[in-house]
Design a protein around this ligand. Sequence first.
Ligand SMILES: Nc1ncnc2c1ncn2[C@@H]1O[C@H](COP(=O)(O)OP(=O)(O)O)[C@@H](O)[C@H]1O
Ligand SMILES: [Mg+2]
Length: 260
Amino acid sequence: MNDLTAAKNKSLILSDVVKTYVMGTEKVHALRGVSINITRNEYVAIMGPSGSGKSTLMNVIGCLDVPTSGEYFLAGEPVAMMSESQLAETRNRMIGFVFQTFNLIPRADVFHNVEMPLIYGGMSRPERRARTEHAIERVGLTDRMHHKPNELSGGQRQRVAIARALVYEPSLILADEPTGNLDSKTGDEIMAMFDELHAAGQTIVVVTHEDYIAEHALRTIRLKDGLIEQDERHDKRRTQFTLPGAEPSEAHSAAGLESA
Ligand SMILES: Nc1ncnc2c1ncn2[C@@H]1O[C@H](COP(=O)(O)OP(=O)(O)O)[C@@H](O)[C@H]1O
Ligand SMILES: [Mg+2]
């Protein structure tokens, strides 16, 4: 466990990663030599047009797929050397996934959805429970703990998915279009939550094709035709994000004074 904690502090390194899909006699060059180094507590947006290789890159980073060639080190470990079961374990413990479609289990309540990644880890029941409740608390859903997904709003469902991603305290949160199924106000709320997690030390990689989502990150990597077109660090372009309900108050108070 100490080794794992130490490993979690190391970075993620992709070196000249190529991914080629073979379809019959045709080859699709999804990634054509991608090198990226992401260190702890970075906040990265991966952008690019449809077909540029974003999802392929996410799958490689998330250990859901292996490169055709090139190297990938996750927390100091060469992913190519891992067995299937080591890969599954790495995925489960080190990476928290958040998907556009939430991917919750409909019959399970919030608690059990969030607890799920811990079930296979041989952790004691009381520890599972403590960790699960803590993760649910972090996303502000303690009062919805025993609700089923269909009793929740879209934004709440995505927060459940974020709690599930957090429950193992992963070294990396990997989100593929996490706001793609949400209205823009709810999307902002979810991004504000990622901002908070980042401020608390979490490393985050988010795939998006929307500029206003990417603006939350501090680094943008743009893909084009399976290659990195641009990789730049930047400040948040919008300085402040307001949570729903927190209206900018000046206009209101001015109006209030007038009528008083
Ligand atoms: N499993 C697959 N088999 C064959 N081709 C694929 C597969 N997955 C992706 N591709 C192809 O690889 C390229 C990159 O796809 P993808 O990574 O999904 O791009 P993006 O997420 O940026 O839209 C596309 O040309 C796509 O058709
Ligand atoms: Mg995609």
